[in-house]
Write a protein that binds this ligand. Sequence first.
Ligand code: AKB
Length: 339
Amino acid sequence: MRKPVILITGAGGEIGHGLIERLWEESRPAIITIDLNPLDASLHDRVSRELTGSILDTNLLERILSEYEVDMVFHLAALLSTRGEFTPVTAHQVNVEGTLNVLDFAQKQGESHGRAVVFLYPSSIAAYGLPDLETRGRAGKVREHEWNVPTTMYGCNKLYCEHLGRYFNHHYKQLAAEKLSGKVDFRAIRFPGLISAETVPSGGTSDYAPEMIHAAARGEPYACFVRPDTRIPFMAMPDAVDALLALARAERTRLRYNVYNIGAFNPSAEEIRQMVLEGFPEADIRFEPDLKRQAIVDSWPEDVDDSAARTDWGLSPRYGFREAFHDYLFPHIAARYGH
Ligand code: AKB
């Protein structure tokens, strides 16, 4: 008998960290993880098995297939938008070929145990691409089907993998004699920038917000790489984890789409600086825009329309802008850095 488990790829990253903690607190399910690096010591006893390796290693995925029955996959492994621009081919390999491997793995799982594998995929606001600031201002809250012309390798990868997931879900091997689609129940969230009190992201372009608050908490000066008036959607990490779990647990019949926007608040970089100063009045934050990274952020929408997520699966973030900082970030970050 193979053992039933949840599979989390890229488990050592920001979302994985919060997700593993939350699953452990809730119900302690059997979890196996894949990450290029060993997990944080704090997560060791939260998982049944930790595999150090790559999603590009199909032998590793075959091994999991032979030993475990996976009903749910959180495919979090990815190379983010800034890093992807330095190594676009590697980004494509990890983000697209890696995702194809994991989708194929989920398909085989579904075929072997006969149930649909719920496949959670974190997509991103990077899947959007707005051509200029004037259009961006006019666009306001963008809907899922609008402005799907990303400018980064990461954004192109995310958008394409949304389509791959939809293909596996609804059209996989459509010319075969028997119906093979539906074994992968693909559900994607286009995440905004995420801010966690526990971890600092690396390789993203929305990183200026989390970097600003973590630097302030460490008492270090911070040079913000975007203009003060830069505005994109953000969300606190606990709400991002809640959203993933809410979508994972939603009745399939209630889901009209495979891909959903979510958002919580969309402050400007200057408004974030002001908010950080409320918690850390000594913070030394100045603006030194990097024009190339700025152009990436400027191609992302200043807000998203997440009404479909609210209607279909009850998206309802706990933290607005003020609450995210005062009720979540300040207390947790202060504890983390020993204030
Ligand atoms: C990034 O900046 O690349 C990510 C994202 C917005 O998906 N945080």
